[in-house]
Design a protein around this ligand. Sequence first.
Ligand SMILES: C[S@@+](CC[C@H](N)C(=O)[O-])C[C@H]1O[C@@H](n2cnc3c(N)ncnc32)[C@H](O)[C@@H]1O
Length: 421
Amino acid sequence: MTGKLDWTGKRLKLDVGPVAHGGHCVARHEGRVVFVRHALPGEVVLAEVTEDPGKGFCRADAVEVFTAAEGRVQPPCPLADMSRGRDRCGGCDWQHADPVTQRELKAAVVREQLQRIAGLDREVVVRELPGGPLRWRTRVRLAVDRVGRPGFHPHRSHRVLPVADCPITVPGALDGVTDREWPSGAELEVVADGQGEVHVAQREKAPQRRRGKRGAVISTQVEGSGVAREQAAGRNWELAADGFWQVHPAAADTFAETVRRMAAVPGGGVAWDLYGGVGLFAAVLAEQTGPAGSVLVVESSRRATEDAVANLRDLPQVSFRAGAVEDVLADESLPRPDVAVLDPPRKGAGRAVVEAVCARRPARVVHVACDPAALARDVGLFAEHGYRLAELEAFDAFPMTHHVECIALLEPVAPGRSREA
Ligand SMILES: C[S@@+](CC[C@H](N)C(=O)[O-])C[C@H]1O[C@@H](n2cnc3c(N)ncnc32)[C@H](O)[C@@H]1O
């Protein structure tokens, strides 16, 4: 009988193959797949195995590069330096690639996910947002180590690497945060809003006797008003600082413009803004419908819905439902939309929501997605209901990380008629 295979700690010389979803590349060694971080396609590296579940694959970090790819650069962040071995920050995946290479890697991932999951062959270009690859991040979550120092986790680890600054974060956001002591085990959420105000919330697990339910957390606003002020789509926005807003300063405007162009709701028409947050896309859709049309915002967070109501109070054509999209769409009396916009969380919209949208046969569906695998799954589901991917835009809204935002336009293959009909 053979024991469980475990290569953890072993060093392997690898010919690095293509990029894969999640910020790593694929290599093969003795018949097994190795997901290797801090490497680039085409390189030859020495990699240390960091995790081995004992199945057909294991995970490794490059620790030395024998043959470098053309796009390799010295990481601008000291926490991404190869000499740190397993003590590299898990927040960034592509610090060792130049910005053009990063976008090519992301385009390859989107292309591969669409091909493998949705069966679509499609060229993908990932566009740069203004501002460059550093100093763009306006929202940061830090963990606090056992002696009270804030920092970031290495990839797939609970250890905390203390930090003084983070070069992808907007200047000044971490001043007064990383140079003081915090309660051990706390989590800090730092938000630098569009007006330059910094909001810091400290989260701690409630003591056992105060926990009303499992996992209860006490949140304390330790800096800032807790109300973020932003500008996008030609409007001013106010929202709970810990509520959802795009992290890159140029993202909200860019995505709203793309949604505007793809949605093209007719004057007097009906639009849905599903997973609407504080109403960013609803504002754009309401401009298109005009006062004679209507826009329905569906959002599960009560606080975000309250903020949306306040932000869009000058647009009477917008109505709001606070609830889960899957529950709200079960209401068959909802007016049929000309256009449905979906901006679901990472896991995507899923079968029930896609079916509920397609049952109303909108002329256009605009799908905003922060995870290409979830997008590909949803695109596949839309295809089952007779909707084809008519257009795809992809944006590098998260430079240095593996994340990429996609906005897809889906249209009925046969307008006004389902494929099954
Ligand atoms: C990616 S954000 C998009 C927000 C908004 N479209 C924007 O661009 O600012 C996803 C939003 O969906 C909400 N959400 C998550 N699951 C939901 C569900 N099942 N039903 C309705 N809303 C949901 C979250 O609270 C969050 O506001």
